[in-house]
Design a protein around this ligand. Sequence first.
Ligand code: MLT
Length: 202
Amino acid sequence: MRHIFKKGTNEKKPVLLLLHGTGGTEQDLLSLAELVDPEASVLSVRGNVLENGMPRFFKRLAEGVFDEEDLVFRTKELRGFLAQAAIDYQFDPLNVVAIGYSNGANIAASLLFHYADALKGAILHHPMVPIRNIPMPDLTGVPVFIGAGANDSICPKEESMELQKLLEEAGASDELHWEHAGHQLTTTEVQAAKAWYEQTFR
Ligand code: MLT
């Protein structure tokens, strides 16, 4: 997968896996990572799927309706990519924290829904429930920050709460942060995610 790896100055810090939104690239979230943890290594990936020229991490049938077969395939592909990247760039594959926005948050959530040890934690900006009715892995001790918009037309409020519930039932410890905004990523949400990260990964 097309990507950028930037080695951090402190190898004890998590490796930040950056996953952009629809139509984004591996450049999009670099400044966000810099803000959340300037010392951490960064692995920023571009989604392998193109929708009318816009990169995404998996196919969808319509807005908010995911192609589940492709989602499962792409989730496995990303997991394989992470394992290889850990070898190539010599980082601990168990020390990866995802930061995803929108479609990128959805593939990060899908990694959590499918694999117990793919992510050490995750910051999900405006995620949806990636898939339903699958057996969840044991996510005990995996911290997750969910940033949601009370007026998000792409992800309704109920779906953010459903995602929180599913993650909690699987054992994850999560924080659901609400913004009085829509699907966009606001400065206050980023600040809340940074505060959560600092408290969680001190
Ligand atoms: C998705 O397709 O992953 C969601 O609808 C969010 C987005 O528009 O990317």
